[in-house]
Design a binder for this molecule. Structure first.
Ligand code: GAP
Length: 437
């Protein structure tokens, strides 16, 4: 992880937020390559759910919502972690994760184990960020930064249903920011206080929910496999009765094996009619669905798939990172699936003279109009290949003196390092064809 964090900063994937001021705890900014990578992850998710299917619509709800939403959803009362405070070092720790924590006393130990530790009883701590809307900072003006995007979907479900041609079963998908005042954030962009979720809520007839739940489990696992993640590093974790969130009837996590252990990257939840039932009760508005075929009215059940865009981005980076020994030197490679690689191609003129830069420049602009492409004319060609390996560029196109004679270029493949010649005028179609594979 240390190597990945250092590479991420050096090559412009992820920077610490407000670094010049010493950084802001567990908040991160995406640099030029990181923003491309994360956007590719989100686009792939969106395309697979909203564009490729007939039964899912997209939505972009606001972050700020009526405060009653969070009372109805159970977040005001229930979105809490049990915390203990140390009266000596003023540290605050999750009561259920004490064994993973370290206290500030030296030598550092598990909180409570040092003679100087003086821990309080566990107290519940709400994870929602609170702020005030309008000029007056009183309780009537409190609003929350949403801790999940899902609620924006529930309160809009009838709007979407009535304005589209959907019938139940159908889904609504949304990608957006969420905020949680996590007490034990960490592991780089794995657990942060500001993050993005990719959530899809599928509305189904009660009774068909477990069948849809199983279908969605299979679809979501396949999506991660199609990203190119190592199959043996993915597994399911079923939530036992003590683990289920307040809204869930059944829940499974997709877990990935990071260097810091197996961790959740996506949750698939059967939320039953908990959410629509609560919003119906708290708003006083009927949220039932009228099924024309049967003439019945019912509150749909909801099957949710909820993934973190930052967490999946970290997962693809961690999974792609490898070091290999090549001719006595270490080669660092980010072996991304080409579809999510931030740069798809690099154009490298072998030398800066003899007319090679002109040909390379034309090819570069031709490619760049279609896909993110890098131009590099500095240093030995081997070094330039290594620089592209490190950021995961699948293909480098080298323009050399033969190009001027036979109008061909060398394609150098990132993973195998093999090279082949193709026609200069075939390059754009060659890349497009491989990106479709
Ligand atoms: N709507 C259901 C929900 O929010 P969750 O299990 O709390 O469920 C879903 O979160 C996903 O959101 C997680 O699997 C994870 O990928 C991402 N996530 C949650 N908290 C996060 C955090 N503090 N930092 C980054 N990602 C987070």
């Amino acid at each position: 992880m240390d190597k990945l964090v250092s590479l991420a900063k050096r090559r412009g994937f992820v920077f610490q937020s407000s670094e010049v001021y010493g950084g802001l705890g567990s908040v991160w900014d995406y640099g030029p390559l990181g923003v491309e990578l994360k956007r590719n992850v989100k686009d792939r998710w969106w395309r697979s759910l909203v564009h490729a299917r007939d039964d899912i619509e997209g939505l972009d709800a606001a972050i700020l919502m009526h405060p009653k939403v969070w009372e109805a959803s159970g977040h005001v009362a229930g979105f809490t972690d049990p915390m203990v405070d140390c009266r000596t070092c003023k540290g605050r720790f999750r009561a259920d994760k004490l064994a993973d924590a370290k206290c500030a006393q030296k030598p550092s130990k598990i909180p409570g184990e040092h003679t100087a530790c003086d821990l309080t009883e566990p107290r519940l701590f709400n994870l929602m960020f609170k702020t005030f809307m309008g000029p007056v900072e009183d309780t009537a003006a409190v609003v929350y930064l949403r801790p999940e995007t899902a609620q924006g979907i529930y309160v809009n479900y009838l709007n979407v249903l009535n304005s589209s041609r959907q019938k139940i079963p159908f889904g609504i998908a949304q990608i957006g920011k969420a905020f949680r005042n996590e007490i034990t954030p960490g592991n780089f962009i794995f657990r942060t206080r500001e993050f993005e979720q990719m959530e899809m809520q599928f509305f189904v007839r009660p009774g068909s929910d477990m069948e849809w739940f199983e279908q969605w489990r299979a679809i979501r696992m396949q999506w991660h496999l199609d990203l190119g993640l190592t199959p043996s590093k993915l597994r399911w974790h079923e939530h036992g009765p003590g683990e289920l969130a307040h809204y869930a009837k059944a829940a499974y996590d997709i877990e990935y094996e990071f260097s810091f252990g197996w961790q959740e990257i996506e949750g698939v939840h059967n939320r039953g009619d908990f959410d629509l039932g609560r919003h119906q009760e708290h708003s006083g508005k009927k949220l039932e669905y009228f099924e024309q075929a049967s003439g019945e009215r019912y509150l749909p059940y909801i099957v949710e798939t909820s993934a973190g865009a930052d967490r999946v981005t970290l997962t693809v980076m961690a999974d792609a990172y490898r070091e290999e020994e090549v001719e006595g030197e270490v080669r660092v490679v980010l072996g991304f699936h080409p579809a999510i690689a931030p740069m798809k191609a690099a154009v490298l003129p072998l030398t800066k003279k003899d007319g090679l830069p002109e040909v390379a420049d034309a090819l570069y602009h031709d490619l760049k109009r279609r896909v993110p492409t890098f131009y590099d004319d500095g240093g030995a060609i081997g070094r330039r290949y290594r620089r592209q390996d490190e950021i995961g560029t699948p293909w480098c196109f080298t323009v050399d003196h033969d190009t001027l004679v036979d109008r061909t270029v060398t394609v150098r493949h990132r993973d195998s390092m093999q090279q082949e010649r193709i026609g200069l005028d075939q390059v754009v179609a060659w890349v497009a064809a491989r990106l479709e594979e």
